[in-house]
Ligand binder design. Structure first.
Ligand code: SAM
Length: 159
């Protein structure tokens, strides 16, 4: 499969999973956390689906499309490994983490802290959607929507 095909499939999985969890998230109180604002595409998608929900975005620095940039009080800059710690116990209804790089050695380091952080920010029953697997005892894998191949994008519920 070409890298273009692989990229398209990953983004399709990302969108389909985010669409599939909307009702679950709407049943749960708490903010939405977007780890890895990037260009702001998924932030914009989340904003469309959760127009009344506070969405807090994280990135090293802001380099999003201007119309997809959160208000300053909902934007947290710096390394998520450190900046995320202040949000442990925040009771988020949804945490979306799109911070994989495709480089195994970099992603392996991210995986030493990301699963614990995501579990820590979510409320009980909160949903985690991630580009990297989040192997953590409090995060229960959920079935993926039809047509999404295992391992392309990941979905969990906080126990
Ligand atoms: N979902 C975004 C979108 O739709 O536009 C794309 C996210 S992009 C793939 C990943 C982003 O995560 C990059 O902007 C990168 O700077 C950020 N990132 C990755 N690791 C990070 C870390 N440890 N701390 C802060 N930001 C990080």
């Amino acid at each position: 499969m070409s890298r273009l095909d692989s990229f398209i499939r990953r983004l399709t999985a990302q969108r389909d999973i985010l669409n599939s969890i909307c009702d679950l998230v709407k049943e749960t109180e708490g903010p939405v956390l977007e780890f890895g604002l990037g260009n702001g595409r998924t932030y914009d998608h989340l904003r469309e689906h959760f127009p009344t929900r506070r969405i807090i975005a994280f990135d090293r620095e802001v380099h999003s499309y201007s119309a997809s940039t959160p208000p300053a009080n909902d934007m947290v800059t710096g390394d998520i490994r450190e900046s995320g710690q202040a949000f442990i116990g925040t009771g988020a209804a949804l945490a979306h983490a799109d911070i994989g790089t495709g480089h195994d050695e970099i992603d392996a380091i991210t995986l030493t802290w990301l699963p614990q952080l995501v579990a820590g920010v979510l409320t009980r029953g909160g949903i985690a959607v991630s580009g990297l697997p989040l192997d953590w005892p409090e995060l229960e894998p959920l079935p993926l929507p039809d047509g999404i191949k295992e391992g392309r994008y990941f979905l969990y519920r906080r126990k």
